[in-house]
Design a protein around this ligand. Sequence first.
Ligand code: ATP
Length: 352
Amino acid sequence: MAEIELRQLRKSYGAFEAIPPIDLKIGDGEFCIFVGPSGCGKSTLLRTIAGLEDASAGEIMIGGEEVSQRHPGERGAAMVFQNYALYPHMTVRQNMGYALKIAKRPKDEIRTTVERAAHTLGLEDLLERKPSELSGGQRQRVAIGRAIVRDPKVFLFDEPLSNLDAELRTRMRLELADLHRTLGVTMVYVTHDQVEAMTLADRIVVLRSGRIEQVGSPLELYDNPDNLFVARFIGSPSMNFLKAEAADGEICLSEIQGPPLPRPEFVPSDWRGLLGVRPEHFELRAGGMEIRLRAVEHLGGVTYGYATLPGGTELCVDLQGHREMAAGDTVALGIPSERAFFFDQKTEKRLR
Ligand code: ATP
């Protein structure tokens, strides 16, 4: 078990600074997830912690020891990759025991350790198979098993579920949550899957161009995003953003007709910016702003309506349950002001 601490950690590729100096503490036993748009540096940060990339500057503490100059195998961290990276010619047993064999552990110990890990992961019956004889989910479990046998202080996962189909991904997600509970070790995980981040993480780190935008529990980020970037990134479907301004003590929407909202005290009287509304926070309310639905998605328990406002702004509205609505229908929407978010136009920070 171990805490991870990054101190002024920086990573450049030549003149390109992928990770400007960052500081981050990941608690002992925490499940910490890095998210952010493609190219924001999630994998680079994870690989630098693992030692697969050399840090350009700064310190990496794992379990209280500075490891940035150590070989990847000597950091107490085990990495699980998206493509599993299994040896095709070896059986599951050999794949899982390989690191111990290289470390010249006694045969009996290797057998016991591999079998214990296989039991944890439900792989007992597959130990003599080759990777080509396994399903995607089974291969992923072997890859995790290979990490478990090394008894690492921390697990590092780089999009481990992204090659699996939707159903399997859901199952493996639950298995990973169980595994984290069972092992109680620190896990750092990279994904661009919203659901994985929201359901697995104790804490989410939102990255943008290598910088940390916000760190918090999934619901902290969902309920209290610091800025437009985090608000846009966390939540699926995404938050809606409507151009709005304060006038005469009220908030008026610029792109659509509708009753104004009361202006909360923290919003300046000359405010102009973006009003953020999550799809599920709109109310279907007679006399509200009227929008014409361009498309309707019926997912069974939830129904989403999509509309394009005259200014081009796209809206997604949760139509609240199982609704017999169709493209072309008009709905009247209200925005409960206590659930709306107010963002400054220039700084993109959230007012509160
Ligand atoms: P994705 O979600 O697409 O996997 P990511 O957030 O994991 O993206 P990284 O792979 O960490 O992003 O890349 C961060 C930035 O560093 C990108 O701009 C990328 O082009 C750059 N980069 C990554 N590896 C190298 C390299 N070996 N040489 C130069 N630039 C690199």
